[in-house]
Design a protein. Sequence first.
Length: 77
Amino acid sequence: MNNKERSQVLKMLYLITQIGFTMVVTIFISMGIAYLIKRIFGKDFMVWFIVIGVLAGFRSVYILIRKFLNNSDNKHK
């Protein structure tokens, strides 16, 4: 494997790691907000905030992939 192929593999591993990290963090942040709302107001919105966290995670992943693809397209020109 030459340096260019190795570099591409490392970039893909970075992207996969970043996608997983982004999804986990957005879901945990939304769960934390739901927990705080439950402690302060006594209302349980955990399911709704998990859904919001998943949707926010997908949006963040979409933006991340789009930036990655735009950067890789610009480097090949």
